[in-house]
Design a protein around this ligand. Structure first.
Ligand code: ADP
Length: 151
């Protein structure tokens, strides 16, 4: 059976932190699906098309696909036959937050395993939220986002 992992997120915008997790996880799975969440109650800075475009420019590997989804992440995983949910951890706060989600997901669907990867130390302070703030204030975010992405 193919080992498919879903890496879900808002990617508003994609950062070097996301890029690091996906690239380092790639040897562990046959395929990684970068799943861009569509949540009508969230106010994104970048449109869905832009967020897809950032991912397409960054991940050209044939084992990585870019998809969008609405609703529960575990339902999306089941729909595409993914048994692994990939998440990144930067801090202990991330861990506590992610632990709750992973354990509740596991109660709802025991077939899906959440796999965590740590951020490399130099990327643990990087978040989409802070990148958005720098952009709003006219700063240069090039060191925090994958090469080839410009705003
Ligand atoms: P969400 O809205 O689901 O939190 P994000 O796009 O912010 O979506 O994050 C998606 C995933 O990437 C999460 O697991 C998050 O912890 C992880 N992540 C975000 N930034 C980093 C980083 N700098 N290093 C490692 N993982 C990260």
């Amino acid at each position: 059976m193919e080992k498919i992992a879903v890496f879900p997120g808002s990617f508003d915008p994609l950062t070097r932190g996301h890029e690091s997790i996906i690239k380092r996880a790639l040897p562990l799975f046959d395929k990684i699906v970068v799943a861009i969440g569509v949540n009508s109650s969230k106010n994104y800075m970048f449109s869905l098309e832009q967020r897809i475009d950032f991912c397409k420019k960054t991940f050209i590997d044939s084992n990585i696909s870019i998809e969008t989804y609405e609703g529960l992440t575990i339902d999306f995983c089941s729909k595409i036959g993914a048994r692994y949910l990939l998440r990144g951890l930067r801090t202990s706060a991330d861990f506590e937050f992610e632990r709750g989600i992973a354990q509740m997901n596991s109660s709802m669907n025991t077939e899906i395993e959440t796999v965590f990867m740590l951020a490399p130390p130099e990327l643990s302070p990087v978040s989409s939220t802070i990148v958005r703030d720098i952009i709003k204030n006219g700063g240069d975010v090039s060191q925090f986002v994958p090469k080839g992405i410009s705003f």
